[in-house]
Design a binder for this molecule. Structure first.
Ligand code: MBD
Ligand code: FE
Length: 311
């Protein structure tokens, strides 16, 4: 028979002391969160009869995960980052503030401070032999009015499925740019068609996924932050129709409304029209609709700590 002590007055008083609730010093919010975590951990340990070996294996796991810098990857793989999107969607709907292009997770591989340009940018440094991709579209409000001066902050993986900064073999800010929309709300970019991402096979995230009988792959995708004065910040991604992992993403980021269609084109005149020096390329048109910001704070992305590379 399993023994339960976590709900006794004695243990509850002990955790209140551990969480600093018998003192005025420190942060009330951290105390509130920490005591809940302690209570829930203790309850899980006794309910599931978690063994000492299992407990210490988990402690060791956290140490190794930290050394690997994989906490952001793990929360994506465990669906917690997607859960935050679903929760925010539900809150928005409840406040009558839904609509626009759907949000989806940021993921752990953004780097702040990418080069900024007006209207157009080439994202790739010319070394990736992938198919040339011409990506363009318009940022509007939900009535279809163009938003000039919006910042389209775009980042994606190489044909190896890896991201510059994290993959030190790539040049600084390769496949990362910020593009300011033109007077009609358009952004235009030249890049290469990315490949999907796979978790490092010997990493700590994949270790958990293996134990769950899951793979660690993502479909090919392109990340965006869309920001515009007076409008709500949008964090999103687009995927490509036909991708093997389109609805089998280990991070659960695929959403209806975020699936783009790559048009594979072999046409000299279209290439010339787009200013491309190759006649075989993929074209992808994707428009974004952003919502009016009711409070200034909603114009900003979260203050999640992010990598910042200075050139
Ligand atoms: C990625 O490229 C990504 O976008 C996420 C969410 C997780 C791992 C790698
Ligand atoms: Fe990604």
């Amino acid at each position: 028979m399993s023994i339960h002590i976590s709900q006794t007055d004695e243990i509850q008083a002990f955790f209140r002391q551990v969480a600093g609730l018998d003192s005025e010093a420190g942060s009330p919010r951290i105390k509130q969160i920490l005591i809940r975590v302690l209570q829930d951990c203790a309850k899980a340990i006794e309910d599931l009869e978690i063994t000492d070996d299992e407990f210490w294996r988990a402690v060791d796991y956290l140490n190794r995960m930290g050394v690997n810098q994989e906490a952001g990857l793990l929360v994506a793989g465990l669906g917690l980052e997607h859960f935050l999107d679903l929760l925010q969607d539900a809150r928005d709907r409840s406040a009558g503030a839904g609509g626009g292009t759907p949000r989806t997770i940021e993921g752990p591989l953004y780097v702040a401070g990418a080069p900024l340009s007006n209207g157009y940018a080439r994202l790739d440094d010319g070394t990736d032999p992938g198919t040339v991709m011409y990506l363009h579209g318009r940022v509007t409000d939900t009535q279809g009015n163009p938003i000039a001066g919006a910042i389209v902050d775009v980042w994606h993986a190489s044909t190896q499925g890896t991201y510059s900064y994290f993959d030190k073999s790539q040049s600084d800010y390769n496949l990362r740019r910020r593009i300011v929309t033109d007077e009609l709300g358009y952004y235009k970019a030249r890049s290469i068609v990315p490949s999907g991402y796979g978790c490092p096979v010997t990493g700590t995230t994949q270790e958990v996924l293996n134990a769950l009988g899951r793979h660690g792959n993502r479909p090919a995708h392109i990340h965006f932050f869309i920001s515009a004065a007076g409008h709500k910040h949008l964090t999103t991604q687009i995927n490509f129709q036909g991708d093997e992992y389109l609805w089998d993403d280990f991070a659960y980021a695929t959403r209806e409304g975020l699936i783009g269609e790559l048009q594979f084109i072999d046409d000299d005149s279209r290439a010339k029209q787009l200013g491309l020096n190759v006649n075989s390329f993929a074209e992808l048109r994707f428009d974004f609709q952003v919502l009016r910001a009711i409070e200034p704070k909603s114009e900003q992305r979260s203050s999640r700590p992010r990598a910042l590379q200075q050139l």
